[in-house]
Structures are given as structure tokens and as C-alpha cells.
Design a protein around this ligand. Sequence first.
Ligand SMILES: Cc1ncc(COP(=O)(O)O)c(/C=C/C(=O)C(=O)O)c1O
Length: 357
Amino acid sequence: CRKDTLWKYKEFMPVDETKMVSLDEGGTPFCKCDKLGSELGIELFVKVEGSNPTGSFKDRGMSVGMTKAMELGVDTVGCASTGNTSASLAAYAARAGLRCVVLLPSGKVALGKLAQAMFHGAEVLSVTGNFDEALEAVTALALEKHLYLLNSINPYRLEGQKSIGFEIVHELGWKSPDRIILPVGNAGNISAIWKGVTEFYKAGFIDSLPMMTGIQAEGACPIVNAFRKNTMDLVPTENPETIATAIRIGAPVSSIKALRAIYDSNGFAETVTDDEILEAQKELARKEGIGVEPASAASIAGLKKLVAEGIIDKGEQVVCIVTGHLLKDPNTAINACVEPIEIDADVDALKKVLLNK
Ligand SMILES: Cc1ncc(COP(=O)(O)O)c(/C=C/C(=O)C(=O)O)c1O
């Protein structure tokens, strides 16, 4: 694989690299966003995880998790998913030659993700119920050893995803940013990144740590609710609802790790509305040219809100992680735009429309 993958940090990956299952994941773009940043009075970088092989950060965790599956000699892998985990698992299982079973909440998975899971040959089960119920069912199946579970409850997933933290501090010249902001659903990613930066801190590679800041949709925000009460006790959101279907999760499995990361880093947790998410998604696409799916835009919407609330100080160096590609959810993107103009392929018609002539 090419040199700039997450495997350049293989010494920090607790798996047998001779069993590596890789699609050259990691080494994603780290874009300085001066237009948005100067409007907000901060120094803004965006880590574009939609540039991974299947279009989301999940590939990092899946590469290491699938490598562990090969080490263990399992024949079947599985997950429940709001979409991206299943898309990534299907691709990496195909690469590894393993049987793949995915459970998806029926009618609540964005088109691109469903297409990926199906086309890579996963056995796709459309579950009546939400993600949390699907996860409970597939976990029971795994506990009876019918499959190897690769949801982010599997620690090897977090071992891969912690490389996002490695790359951020590496790209900043072995320095932590003041703050890392990301969307939170099942809460594996914020936990993983905190693990990564603290490992590099303990190794002496960096001498400070970022404030970990998690953003949730207003209709699916158990972590934020716990944070606001300054507690580790999580009250699940019973019927989570948001247009950002990737983070439509009510009972995050990694809530303890995520709350630890937020509290220990002196970080923060905030909610954003669906409208704020859609507005941020379009703003990032049209001001900085970075196309992301709705859940990913929650980190930008959260940044704007926290600056407005005075939680984020002027001049802070902030990294927003945008977790999935725009193409994952084409329907939501098209519904947010005006219809294309129908026109004849004729120069006069073009001049009429474009030049008002
Ligand atoms: C684009 C995107 N952005 C953010 C998240 C939240 O990350 P976690 O807080 O680590 O869960 C997800 C999660 C998706 C799934 O949980 C799944 O695919 O099953 C995502 O796809």
C-alpha cells in the first residue's frame, strides 16, 4: 500500500501486520479553511474523512478490525449500522474474503451507503426498528459466536480510528490544535481520537492535548444531555430522529469513553438542529469546496454555534472532522437545491438564461 496510509503508524496498531487488510485508508486531506475561519475569527482546518476508500472514517477502524478478524481466523463478520459501517465492512470483508452480514434500520439508510453494502456483496438485512435495536440483536448473535462483531464496541475499530488523531498532530508539526470538533453518534470516533492523541502525548511526541468537542443532532443527543448534567450516567434518547441519519443513535455504546474524553480534555458537547446542519453542509460546500454528508456538517454547525455562544475563543486553532462524503446521501443534497434549468442546446437560449440577453 502507498506510504501515506494509517499503517505508517503500525507500531501503534495492536495487530499482526502480516495479516493486514488494507485499501490504503487514512492519509486524508487536511484542508486549511481561511474563508470560514476568518468569518468566525479562528484558525480552521478541516480533516476530510470522506476521502477514504469507501467515503468515510470507518475504513480506518475496519482495516484494523478486519486484520484482527484474519488473525483470529473467523469466517463471518457482521454489524448493525446507520450505513457507513456497513458500507465499509462490506468492502473490507470482500477484500478479506469473509462472509459479511449487515443489519440496517429499514428506510433510514442513505442511498449511497445502501448501494455500497449491497454491491460489495454483504448479506443485507433490513431490520424493522432503529439502529439501537439492530445493534442489540446482532450483538446477541455475536455472543453466540455466529459472527465476529465489527461495530465500534470492538476495540480494534477504535485502534484504527485513533490514527485520525495521529495524523492531525503530525500535520500540525507535532502539535495539538486547541480543539477538535466532530459529530457523535455511537461515540466510538471521539473516544478513538482521544486515545490516539493521549498515546502520542505519553510517548512524548506532543506536549499538549486538544479539547475534544462532540456535536449531536438535537433529536439524538444523549451524550450532550449527560454533559449538561456533568454526569457519566447516560439516559438514552428513546426515539432518536434527525435528517443526519448517520448519527440517528439513541444509546451510544461508547458513551463512557466519550464522556471521559470530553471531561478529561476540558472539552464540550453541544447540539445542533437539522436546519443548522443543512445550512452548514451547504456553506462548507460553497465556501470551501468540501462536500460532506449531513452528519459530517454537524461539526461545522457546532463550530459556528460554539463561537456564537463564546465557548470557542477568538484565535483558537480548531480542527473540524468531516466524517463522510457528500455522495453518501445524494437525495438530501438534491432536495436542498433548486431544480436544474431545462434548456435547449442552443447558444441563444444559453445567452437568454445566463446573460439575460
Ligand atoms: C458520517 C458519520 N459521521 C459521524 C458518525 C458518528 O461516529 P461515531 O460517534 O463513532 O458513531 C457516523 C457513524 C455511523 C455509524 O455509527 C454507522 O455507520 O453505523 C457516521 O457515519
